[in-house]
Ligand binder design. Sequence first.
Ligand SMILES: [Zn+2]
Length: 526
Amino acid sequence: MKNTLVILIVLFITYGCKEKKDAEVVKKELPRIAIAGLAIESSTFSPALTHEDAFHAKEGADVFSYYPFLSPDSLNRKRAKWLPTLNGHALPGGIVTREAYESLVTKTLDMLKKNMPYDGLFFDIHGAMSVVGLDDPEGDFIIRIREVIGYETVISTSMDLHGNVSKRLAQHTDLITCYRLAPHEDALESKKRTVDNLLDRLESGKGKPKYKAWIPVPILLPGEMTSTRIEPGKSLYAKVAPATMQKGIVDAGIWIGYAWADEPRNHAVVMVTGDDKNKVTITAEYLANSFWDVRSEFEFVAPTTTFKESIEKAISSEKHPFIISDMGDNPTAGGAGDVTWTLTEILARPEFKTKNGPSLIYASIPGPDFVQKAIEIGIGGKIEATAGADIDNRFASPIKLSGTIEAIEYGDKHAEIEVVVKVGSVQVIVTKKRKPYHKEIDFTRLGLTPRKADIVVVKIGYLVPELYDMRADWVMALTPGGVDQDLNRLGYKRINRPMYPLDKEMKKPNLDAQLIPLSNTTSIME
Ligand SMILES: [Zn+2]
């Protein structure tokens, strides 16, 4: 009897432990998470076209290089079986060709098919892609992904706050977030939050948040008026993080939207996700009303005026370097980047005709033929050739630059080859392909010393941190181009109206939260 009891106990322990072990093995099975996404903001008010190579698409394991928080030794890398497909990030530009879009989407879908099924998908997009003949490309993309991977996978979407959230994008994603700072100093933190939220929901077994509140806010403003470095953007966006700390809320976001495309989805949006219906709804309405209440307080982040006034102010100023944002053709907002209008105005002025004039650095103008000729002549030689206005020649013709070649640099990812040519007292950067000049090293590696220059003119909107820290004074010039900051000049035909501030006297819109059906249902869960 005693022996039987011992045997029974041993059997129980052995069997019981085995069961426990099995349970542990099941628990430790890592979630399978795919990664995909395309990021670009593309202006439909620019004659430029964006082709597939502009996305510099990375495939498979190369995709991890975009995300330091998924490096091989990172905690997050070990929390899932990651299955990256294709991610492409393009500089802002003109509308994406249909061929480029279809090719990138098809490649992504084919790669997704190889490793199904998925517990999760990290969908990394900007949200302001325009494609020839297709509305709401990100909405189209996520639907086509759903058709492949199904409707149970938890999709967590990361966006730029200058992206657009259509209702169908809101429906087909489960988790969604966007940056909370402009300039986007929190881009990586924001993408990491997208992944953290996804992992938390999968590991806890909670899955898709039960509620998604979506509120279209009929406001359309340029990014240059909505920096979070100054009010009212600063206080408005400061409300987002505390809102997400409430129990029952997973995440919240305020999207400014993208002003240089003409579709019904181009407007601001507030979205909140979570499991507490009441809190999700109230929080979304609180953020939407907070935005609406400060709508008239948004102003350009720096003094903004015509180019003529800007350059006159810079010449007479005692503060150097005096930086002028050449905003209309800003390649980081979607301008073609080769508008010659501003440079033509500068070189026509008598002040800059001789070497002894005020020193001015102009960044930049693409001119592949000019660059080729400069290579043939070499550093120190004299050159006379034209550059620019190959794509956007609506405002000025290709510009003839006659001067001395001071530098030729090879190997930049975007520009490929860069040439500095001195014309009078102006140092002009001519590139083989367009490139934004955002960092001090972009200048110093060409032998330029922007801190010592009297004037620096850059194709940019608000100054990104390094240039902002460098400036002694700064104005933003309302120059012409594909991303003209004077929205009244753009001539919208398809955005929803009324829209603030285009329709300044509009009545208060309905800012009630709209609950969006979950991605695996067609109706609202009650
Ligand atoms: Zn942005």
